[in-house]
Design a protein around this ligand. Sequence first.
Ligand SMILES: NC(=O)c1ccc[n+]([C@@H]2O[C@H](COP(=O)([O-])OP(=O)(O)OC[C@H]3O[C@@H](n4cnc5c(N)ncnc54)[C@H](OP(=O)(O)O)[C@@H]3O)[C@@H](O)[C@H]2O)c1
Length: 325
Amino acid sequence: MGVFYNHFHSQLFVQPAYPTRSFAGETVIITGSNVGLGKEAARHIARLGASKLILAVRNVSAGEEAKKDIENTTQCGRSVIEVWQLDLASYESVKAFASRASSLQRIDVLLENAGIATAQWSMAEGHERTLTVNVISTFLLALLLLPKLKSTAKQFNTEPRLTVVSSEVHGWIKFPEWNDPNVFETLDNKEKAKASFGSRYPLSKLLEVLVVREIAPKLDGSGVILNYLNPGLCRTELGREGNFALKILYAIRFARTTEVGGRTLVASAAAGRESHGKWMTDGKVNDNMLAPFPRSNDGKKASEKIWSELAAIVENIQPGVTSNL
Ligand SMILES: NC(=O)c1ccc[n+]([C@@H]2O[C@H](COP(=O)([O-])OP(=O)(O)OC[C@H]3O[C@@H](n4cnc5c(N)ncnc54)[C@H](OP(=O)(O)O)[C@@H]3O)[C@@H](O)[C@H]2O)c1
């Protein structure tokens, strides 16, 4: 079945299950949790008894507002939620956050949710900002925190989850640039990228998919579960930087509420070994719902290529970080 059929079917007929699995005793980090899906996932996880819940946010005062709101709408104790600064547009901020988080006793869930869908071209850390925030820093943070996720697995005999919030829109675009000698260089070139910049957000979600598919097997046997997911179309703040396509989709009015969309994040954050390396949609493992390209032979080659370029980029930021895999 086509990707658009799957999209409309899920939006119109599927309601992801209300999360019920306990997070008691667990330490959970959620990036981009001051608003949108991250905040609603945080609310569910607070309700489900997490011992420590870290809202990793770019704007600390917005994070404090979210913390108050979640505390006032759940039974979670006043000492459960902490607000920590994290700006994915700055590698120094990512490194500082990771260094602070590495001193935690345990990390049971790293829910990589923060992301942007901007219509405006700008650079951050030498790369186009969507690539820096959605792709490079997202995986840099994952790699920096892998040692803590692995040690949590061993020390507490548990299976920590590293969850990447991607999107079904990864299948809505073409990606001819994957054949270019240096893909990131092409995508960072404003002149070359101008004509296709409208699809930069879905492209960033495709890059996430390709990278997860390449690195998940490297984590086999590590005790860490790496999964990735599609929340479906949800009414959030994602269109705020002028993403016209998203505004039209929201206007059609079949977008999920943030609460319902947040359930899909919680499903992946709570998922077991069966989800390792797998795509989750509507809160369930379902690799058949991945777009054809990542599953094709060319998609496999693209995964290898994107990962090798990304590995070089993150090694440049933090030498040795890829050996955490
Ligand atoms: N909404 C949908 O229909 C939909 C569908 C599929 C996938 N998704 C994915 O779901 C995730 C959450 O998006 P959302 O829809 O909830 O959007 P949202 O309401 O705009 O929330 C995005 C979050 O990411 C944070 N963020 C943005 N740039 C950041 C940076 N440089 N450093 C740290 N945090 C940053 C935002 O913080 P600020 O508030 O400070 O900007 C905000 O907390 C994204 O990965 C998105 O791609 C969404």
